[in-house]
Design a protein around this ligand. Structure first.
Ligand code: GDP
Ligand code: IMO
Ligand code: MG
Length: 429
């Protein structure tokens, strides 16, 4: 296959970055199509760790083109910092990155509004990353946003920005009781942004269409996860973009027929950061032990991640809404020593058993998981490079997950490093 999308099937942090970095070896172009720097994708290559938030996770391979598509919202200061860090640590080609003219810009007032609203919401807070993503998408939808396209004519950009900042300050002061933002300071920063980022601006839709026509291999890198999707997730405890595979089209300017395979990424258990329903959540010492073993602390914000058992109802749901071809199962090594291991096979809701999601996402708040137990294993599995090298109980666990999800398992990840992976089927092969 030549066009493959990688998407999260849970609440984010499934290990998409690691799998995209791994598959990028066989791709020509790696493209982000939604979200912003609320994403944090961790790559470990030969023991060295990189956290990418906006730059697609193909950047560590030489001679790949990374594309940030129109569906993203981009904090330009964060993007420049990320490019500079990557340049310092790895040699990057000057033209390694293409940034869509149509991507929306995240400004300091978006961050300020995000943080102040969360503080005001108190116990009802969503637990956002605080990077201004929701407010930036709001402006996009209400047609009050500014795009990289606007930067081309700096004079009209400055006029628009001043008008927008005046509106935002009225809201910040009157409603959020916050301090006003200086348009002059933002404009100064944007002059530098313009100088630094203009060389990357590109009609990315056209670029991708030409790449596909030339037979190049395209890897679409999803951010967040299916349950954080603005439509299909646990609303309102979601992010502000569509994170499912179909967002790859609107978010790049390509048509649905261009995508050949969707690979869903799932942890061998479940985690979520921030508030909201989580049927298989584990509380107490076992959650603490798995959090320590899996280093389950948000890479964007450092917050401890909530921990739960693998949820096959979610996996089936994700397989449906993403049209998934196969699943990549990550962090299997973290379950070593856990016995028994539980899998949620269905939900009990209002006296009925549901194998698929009960109707209405509100049901997630009270649905009770129905568990099945499987025996664990004690052997370290981090060195396994084929399914045959895994203990029989680990193999049985993987098989059961594939059976319950209704799709094949294409990849099993047994450690954070790029090399710590069992590739059963490479979608680009
Ligand atoms: P993403 O947002 O989906 O890219 O995931 P994150 O990078 O935020 O979180 C996944 C974390 O798990 C990162 O720290 C990875 O380095 C790490 N990781 C990925 N795969 C594995 C694995 O198979 N085993 C272990 N132990 N860690 C992994
Ligand atoms: P990656 O791509 C985990 C969560 C936040 C919060 C909610 C809304 O690394 O998997 P936002 O800042 O987007 O308005 O926050 O969504 N969230 C993520 N959780 N991984 C992510 O991305 C996330 N992106 C957003 O924790 O609950
Ligand atoms: Mg992450």
């Amino acid at each position: 296959m030549k066009t493959v999308a990688v998407v999260g099937t849970q609440w984010g942090d499934e290990g998409k970055g690691k799998i995209v970095d791994l598959l990028a070896a066989d791709a020509d172009v790696i493209v982000r199509f939604q979200g912003g720097n609320n994403a944090a994708h961790t790559l470990v290559v030969d023991g060295e760790k990189f956290v990418l938030r906006l730059v697609p996770a193909g950047a560590l391979h030489p001679n790949k083109t990374c594309v940030i598509g129109n569906g993203t919202v981009v904090d330009p200061i964060a993007l420049i910092a990320e490019i500079d860090d990557l340049k310092k640590r790895r040699g990057l080609r000057g033209d390694f990155l293409k940034l869509s003219y149509e991507a929306h810009i995240v400004f300091p007032y978006h961050r300020a509004i995000d943080r102040m609203r969360e503080a005001r919401a108190g116990k009802r807070a969503i637990g956002t990353t605080g990077f201004g993503i929701g407010p930036a998408y709001e402006d996009k939808m209400s047609r009050a946003g500014l795009r990289f396209d606007d930067l081309v004519n700096f004079k009209s950009f400055a006029d628009k920005l001043k008008r927008t900042v005046a509106d935002k300050n009225a809201y910040l002061k009157a409603v959020l009781k916050g301090k006003p933002i200086s348009a002059t300071e933002i404009l100064e920063a944007m002059r530098r942004v313009r100088r630094r980022l203009m060389p990357y601006l590109c009609d990315t839709g056209e670029f991708l269409a030409e790449a596909i026509a030339a037979g190049k291999r395209i890897l679409f890198e999803g951010a967040h996860g299916t349950m954080l999707d603005i439509d299909h997730g646990t609303y309102p405890f979601v992010t502000s973009s569509n994170c499912i595979a179909s967002a790859a089209f609107g978010g790049t300017g390509l048509g649905p027929g261009t995508l050949e395979a969707v690979l869903g990424i799932s942890k061998a258990y479940t985690t979520r950061v921030g508030a909201g329903p989580f049927p298989t959540e584990i509380k107490g010492w076992l959650a603490d032990a798995l959090r320590e073993e899996g280093v389950e602390f948000g890479s964007a914000t450092g917050r401890p991640r909530r921990i739960g058992w693998f949820d096959a109802v979610l996996a089936r749901f994700a397989a449906r809404v993403n049209g998934m071809w196969a699943l990549a199962l990550t962090k299997l090594d973290v379950l070593t020593g856990i016995d028994p291991i539980r899998i949620c096979v269905a939900y009990q809701y209002k006296g009925k058993r549901y194998e698929t999601m009960p109707p209405g996402r509100h049901a997630m708040e009270t649905a009770k998981p129905i568990f099945e137990e499987m025996p664990g294993w004690t052997e370290a599995i981090g060195e396994a490079r084929s399914l045959g090298q895994l203990p029989a109980n680990a193999r049985a666990y993987i098989e059961r997950i594939g059976e319950l999800a209704g799709i094949p398992i294409a990849i099993v990840s047994v450690g954070a490093d790029r090399a710590a992976t069992i590739v059963v089927t490479n979608p680009f092969a």
